[in-house]
Design a protein around this ligand. Structure first.
Ligand SMILES: [Zn+2]
Length: 143
């Protein structure tokens, strides 16, 4: 896509990378991987489809069937290069409505937190009756 007709920075490819402070490190016909030049985490990278797919709930087609391979192989490379113990993968979508996976290498003692550490510490627990209709409730869990 052309940045003049589509204002999506991710669809802008290398041009968008300049504005987002990152550089492309790999691509295929369907996917592209870039690494941040400005993130406080060395090796922080992004996996995104080349096709404009706004959110994870819109993921379909060949991108849906190839996602696992792309995410796992990219994470392995990041883990090897950075020496990370884990690579955290997050999808947010609040700032740019083009599906992108945030791959954050984590080392023990580093600045990233997984699990409950991702939540605002002041967030109150959900009341039990708010779980109605949640995926957890739909899966048959009684908690
Ligand atoms: Zn886009």
């Amino acid at each position: 896509m052309n940045v003049m007709t589509n204002p999506c920075l991710i669809c802008a490819g290398d041009v968008g990378d300049v504005e987002l402070g990152r550089v492309r490190v790999w691509e295929s016909d369907l996917w592209r991987v870039s690494t941040s030049l400005i993130a406080p985490i060395s090796g922080f990278s992004y996996v995104e489809p080349k096709r404009h797919i706004p959110y994870i709930t819109d993921l379909d087609g060949i991108e849906a069937t190839t996602l696992g391979t792309v995410l796992s192989s990219t994470s392995r490379v990041i883990k090897t290069i950075t020496g990370a113990e884990f690579v955290f993968v997050n999808v947010f979508g609040q700032r740019i409505a083009h599906l992108h996976f945030n791959l954050a290498p984590h080392v023990s003692g580093g600045p990233l937190r997984g699990g409950a550490g991702m939540l605002d510490a002041s967030a109150p627990p959900l009341p039990a009756d708010d779980l109605e209709g949640s995926p957890r409730k739909s899966a048959g869990s009684s908690t």
